[in-house]
Design a protein around this ligand. Sequence first.
Ligand SMILES: Nc1ncnc2c1ncn2[C@@H]1O[C@H](COP(=O)(O)OP(=O)(O)O)[C@@H](O)[C@H]1O
Ligand code: SF4
Ligand SMILES: [Mg+2]
Length: 388
Amino acid sequence: MIADPLKTQSAAKMTESPQHSVAPVSARHDFVLEVNNFSVDYGVGEDMVRAVNDVTLKLRRSQVLGIAGESGSGKSTLVYAMTRLLRAPGVISSGDVKLNLTNEGDPEEVTPLSLVDASERELRNIRWSHVSIVLQSALNALNPVLRVSREFNEVLKTHRKGMTRSQRHDRSVELLKMVGLNEDRLARFPHELSGGQRQRIMIALALALDPELVIMDEPTTALDVVTQREIINELNDLRSRYGFAMIFITHDLSLLVELADEIVVMYAGAIVERAGASELYQAPRHPYTLGLLNSFPPLHGERRELAGIPGSPPDLAELPEGCSFAPRCPFAMQRCRHEAPPLTNIGDSDRSVACWLHSGDPSVRVPVELSREMNPSRTRVTALKERT
Ligand SMILES: Nc1ncnc2c1ncn2[C@@H]1O[C@H](COP(=O)(O)OP(=O)(O)O)[C@@H](O)[C@H]1O
Ligand code: SF4
Ligand SMILES: [Mg+2]
């Protein structure tokens, strides 16, 4: 579901509010979101498990950051906690999340807001207007007794108080068109729509107030492959037309490659690899990334043999010593079972990996499937062009 649909007020008011104490900075900030050393636990004491472990990431304006990983790797916990939607027994145990809000009067100016320290009022002010979220359960998030028109009407009425009834109707029609739906869907109840149509409506609602950041948690997981592909194409089109930044979460890494500019791969709550989407797809460096790529058929392009990953994700309460992927890793070495590899840059590139294979130790032979070069003739852009 999308957070707090009826309560949010204009974020413009927030920047005028005396309670909002951070002064605007004058230069436009390149990053819309900056997450630093962020950790999230469930429970306390002996029963505590760390579901998000020391995550650091940055998202540039208008870019798509993909987050991939098997079920249970901490993807949803990360975005719930980042946006302060996390419920007990979840607690943020360390780190910070900074949202650089564009000021309405001057888009060149931004105001940083710490989401970890923000008050409930500040959070209400930014949800929908600046950050909107389509959560994992989105297919069931529409109110079953309300026609679609009411959902749009309520959001617009609450956040765009100056709009007349007919302007709200026109905007609702425009939003439906943006996601490829006819205006006659406005009169429907959710049960009269297909899963794909309901998901498009959730996406249209998320875009209703032109947010600068849209977070989508597995929005296409419950849909068939054809509808998944259509929605990914539409999201690509929408973000290039409207310029919002997006975090897109999925366990299907092949799907993410179609949409993301940069991808982080999570395992047992930690980032194990971070790279540009094309680099990660064509030249993975972490054995887990390679396993994920071999677990799903690509939507387009060259077919890979599907091998999957042996074993299952670890129990967070009983993580192995050393590298948490070691029990499933075909390349595990002695060192891996005792020492946890830190996330470090590979050579002088700006991609990073948490794996001892890439530590630069000359006695370690990196397997060919984890050391191949990028094929410059097949980037993500050419893959997208081939599709049209
Ligand atoms: N409500 C909860 N109480 C206790 N532990 C939880 C709860 N929700 C999630 N977890 C733990 O956090 C881990 C990560 O869950 P989640 O963030 O939902 O992963 P993902 O979205 O990648 O599937 C799970 O494996 C589980 O151990
Ligand atoms: S550090 Fe070792 S066990 Fe972990 S992924 Fe790399 S090779 Fe495998
Ligand atoms: Mg999840």
